[in-house]
Design a binder for this molecule. Structure first.
Ligand SMILES: Nc1ncnc2c1ncn2[C@@H]1O[C@H](COP(=O)(O)OP(=O)(O)OP(=O)(O)O)[C@@H](O)[C@H]1O
Length: 595
């Protein structure tokens, strides 16, 4: 129970908890060995005093050397073990944590990424884990080990002389109480600092992503000013926060060190009154030179532990968010897609505003009671005004989000019961915003089907009309295409994504009118490539232009998140409703006629 709480509190893996225990164990041993060194000094001093006062013989050099070598040897071995158990093992902990967080992110529903943006998640994966790395390596084992070793030493001191022990150690609990009292202030300061840091990362990321638009609209100066403001604010908040914790840490340290003065005063009094001999006072003076050392460091470490709590909470929030799960098998009866009374709302509240308002209210509903069927072997087009919910329907059909109410069936199977990764093996998606990787053309297409042979990739590329532009690339299919295909035109990128979909050859195709932004020549090439892809599949196409619906078997007209009309193009034209008006409007603006 305690172990689980501890694990959550410090965002540790199971192995991390074991490593911390090991670290604490070796810290106890190291601290006791160091105290043992003080013991040797005490024995030597006792022997010298005996020689001076009672003319006893000095201990042999061999004994002194043996004790010193033994001390150095034990000290070296235990420090090495402590190092291994703390700093050495932490790299593995960091690696495991980052990998498991990445794995978790992969399984989180897309809605989560609306709550926490990229800069925020990057900050958790890099910044928060870095901060915890320091806590795992430098703080936890060291701190808990110091608690135990000091408790043991305190017991020994009490057994020797309780009056001197209290004079020596009273400052320790007082200092810790003071520091624990400052806990809330430290946590609040840390949260403010973290938010300011995320605002800076957001600003930098936004500036980098939109560098073209910023330049095109002459907004560089305004952007830089706002970024500078965010950086200055971060600096101010950080300094204020560190000052706050610094005051408490130093005050605690001073209070603890007052123990030296009280030990000397009490010891001197007791020695003068003859209640203790000088050697006992000497022993206590030796001990206090060491007993405060781990605590001095601990005070700063405790402050770090308070501050790091914000990072640990941010990491744990990722683990606490439910992932999209389901059966790892999917055996549909055909591939008709059926929407049954589907309602859907994006969760628009950011985690920040959720914390501020304490609410977990979903955003407003964007789909209301949507029901339709996209049949296998047919092209079903979703049309409607901008913002009517077309893309949302397509994303729900692939379980990129889960419906709020109602259900979506594919071949009779409720897709909310199927693991998204398993489900998506039956889907190919060709969207306008193609995602390409900084790799070769060949490898970008091969992503469609794991383990596809070169011959399969080339066949798909030919069917998607990639051949023509790939031949012009310096290394053909082995040419790297830059970050997100930066070295390619829109049409070329689009054809690579179609080749990928062809290679996958999935029975369901989701198409966000992939050709809408292309010029006529490119559009014809991409359309031709698409025609290979669509035959015999369940095709759900988001049509922004009425021209696309020419080829559709069935049309769903969405308006304000509801199905306004549905039927074949001819039926809808006869109904003289929204679809007909949309066609008329485009006909007027484009001078185009529906055949
Ligand atoms: N990630 C999101 N978070 C919150 N709201 C969203 C999100 N994506 C879309 N919306 C909202 O959902 C509604 C439907 O959007 P959707 O993108 O499905 O419309 P659309 O018909 O595809 O529009 P368009 O034709 O302009 O692409 C809109 O009001 C939009 O603002």
């Amino acid at each position: 129970m305690f172990s689980k709480k501890f694990q959550r509190k410090y965002a540790l893996t199971d192995q991390g908890v074991q490593n911390t225990k090991k670290g604490a164990f070796w810290t106890v041993i190291v601290n006791l060995i160091v105290m043992g060194g003080m013991g040797i000094l005490y024995l030597l001093m006792g022997a010298f005093m005996g020689t001076l006062t009672e003319q006893k013989p000095l201990p042999g050099t061999a004994l002194i050397i043996t004790l010193t070598v033994l001390f150095l040897f034990l000290s070296f071995i235990t420090h090495l073990q402590q190092y291994r158990a703390t700093y050495g093992l932490v790299y593995n902990e960091v690696k495991t944590t980052r990998l498991s967080m990445a794995e978790r992110l992969r399984k989180l529903p897309l809605g989560y990424f609306g709550k926490r943006d990229l800069a925020d998640l990057t900050e958790t994966l890099m910044g928060d884990v870095n901060r915890m790395e320091h806590v795992w390596s430098h703080v936890l084992g060291y701190l808990y080990g110091s608690y135990i070793s000091t408790a043991l030493i305190a017991l020994c001191l009490l057994a020797y002389d309780w009056r001197l022990a209290i004079a020596c150690l009273w400052g320790v609990p007082v200092a810790f109480c003071l520091l624990f009292g400052s806990r809330k202030i430290a946590a609040r300061a840390s949260e403010k600092t973290k938010k300011a840091a995320v605002r800076v990362s957001d600003g930098i990321q936004e500036a980098l992503e939109n560098v073209r638009e910023i330049r095109a609209t002459n907004q560089e100066e305004r952007y830089l000013k706002s970024l500078n403001r965010k950086i200055d604010e971060h600096e101010r908040i950080m300094i204020r926060g560190e000052l706050g914790t610094g005051v408490f840490v130093n005050a605690s340290s001073v209070i603890m060190r007052l123990g030296v003065a009280t030990t000397i005063l009490t010891g001197a009094g007791l020695t003068l009154s003859g209640e203790i001999d000088f050697m006992l006072l000497f022993l206590f003076l030796l001990v206090i030179t060491r007993v405060y050392a781990p605590f001095d460091q601990s005070l700063a470490l405790i402050a770090e532990m308070f501050v790091s709590q914000v990072s640990a909470n941010r990491i744990m929030e990722l683990y606490d968010t439910p992932i999209a799960e389901g059966a790892n098998h999917f055996h549909p009866n055909g591939h008709d897609i059926v929407f049954e009374h589907v309602h859907f709302a994006y969760n628009v509240n950011s985690s920040e505003s959720q914390r501020a308002t304490g609410s977990n209210r979903d955003g407003k509903e964007v789909l209301h009671d949507v029901s339709f069927t996209a049949k296998e072997g047919e092209v079903t087009a979703l049309v409607g005004p901008s913002g009517s919910g077309k893309s949302t329907c397509a994303k729900l059909a692939a379980r990129l989000w889960d419906v709020t109410a109602g259900r979506i069936l594919v071949g009779g199977v409720d897709i909310s019961k199927v693991d998204p990764e398993v489900l998506l093996t039956d889907y190919s998606m060709v969207f306008q915003d193609v995602v390409l990787f900084d790799d070769t053309v060949m490898e970008n297409i091969r992503l469609g089907k794991r383990g596809a042979t070169d011959a399969e990739v080339l066949a798909a590329a030919r069917a998607a009309n990639c051949e023509e532009f790939v031949q012009r690339l310096p290394k053909g299919y082995d040419t790297p295409i830059g970050e997100n295909g930066a070295k390619l035109s829109g049409g070329e990128r689009q054809r690579i994504s179609i080749a990928r979909a062809l290679l996958k050859d999935a029975p369901i195709i989701l198409l966000d009118e992939a050709t809408a932004s292309l010029d006529v020549e490119n559009e014809t090439k991409v359309q031709e490539a698409l025609s290979h892809l669509l035959t015999g599949k369940t095709v759900l196409v988001i049509a922004h232009r009425m021209r696309t619906v020419e080829a559709a078997d069935h049309i769903i007209v969405l308006s304000d998140g509801q199905v306004a009309e549905e039927g074949s193009p001819a039926e809808l034209m006869n109904q003289n409703g929204l679809f007909c008006r949309m066609v008329e409007l485009q006909r007027q603006s484009l001078g185009w006629r529906l055949k």
